[in-house]
Write a protein that binds this ligand. Structure first.
Ligand SMILES: [Zn+2]
Length: 230
């Protein structure tokens, strides 16, 4: 089948040994444990923090006796999504409920919420980990009241790097809401118009998070109708 136009938008960073990672974390290490010219096959071993690149935080990341990454409902990480685009110059500021509401943003219950802070343009520089805006605690509470299925963002975290108590992580994860961090290509997505997103994590037993391949589809209906007509 010939693919005419990209319908699936890749929202995932490539995992590579020289990538920017969260301050204090080790970069992924790839190792050939088989090579075609010696073993007859190529085989890779990788060692990495499970929160590397585009990844999902399970409630287990900050709490015990809560769902681990293999227990998070896939319904929370696949489905209808709405994106809010923050357009101010980035300097680590707080994004408020007022910022979101004054943009005309509307959110129905049981939607995946996507926060585009705009930090992607600083990827590969240390500013990426320094100046990303943070949602206010009130905004996180507002989103929890709206019964969001998941909170997904282009930023590396939902609390500042220097946080001591990570209030936003705690609020979301205690409410059972998984967090997806380090999304890319959010500028390709429509604002305040629903689309389909999928960010399914690798299924590590009993762990706090996992990398995922996140994608969006903006014209699902067209895709299904065209398939039917063949
Ligand atoms: Zn994480």
């Amino acid at each position: 089948m010939e693919v005419k136009e990209p319908r699936i938008i890749d929202l995932t960073y490539t995992i590579k040994s020289d990538m920017l990672v969260y301050p204090g974390m080790e970069r992924p290490v790839f190792q050939w444990i088989g090579k075609v010219n010696s073993e007859g096959y190529n085989l890779t071993k990788v060692s990495m923090v499970v929160h590397t690149g585009t990844h999902v935080d399970a409630p287990k990341h900050f709490l015990d006796d809560v769902p681990c990454i293999d227990e998070v409902s896939l319904n929370r990480l696949f489905g209808k999504a709405k994106l809010y685009r923050y357009i101010k110059k980035l300097k680590g500021q707080i994004i408020t409920v007022e910022d979101v509401l004054s943009s005309g943003f509307q959110l129905e219950e049981d939607t995946i919420f996507i926060m585009e802070t705009g930090i992607e343009k600083f990827m590969e520089t240390k500013l990426y980990n320094e100046i990303f805006p943070i949602p206010s605690v009130e905004l996180i509470e507002w989103l929890i009241n709206k019964k969001i299925k998941a909170y997904m963002t282009d930023a590396t975290a939902v609390d500042p790097i220097e946080t001591k108590d990570s209030p936003n992580h705690h609020l979301l994860l205690r409410a059972g809401i998984p967090i997806v961090e380090n999304l890319k290509n959010l500028h390709l997505l429509p604002e305040n118009k629903a689309f389909l997103i999928s960010a399914l994590p690798v299924k590590f037993q009993g762990r706090d998070g996992a990398p995922c391949r996140a994608v969006a589809v903006t014209d699902v209906e067209k895709l299904i109708l065209e398939e039917k007509m063949k």
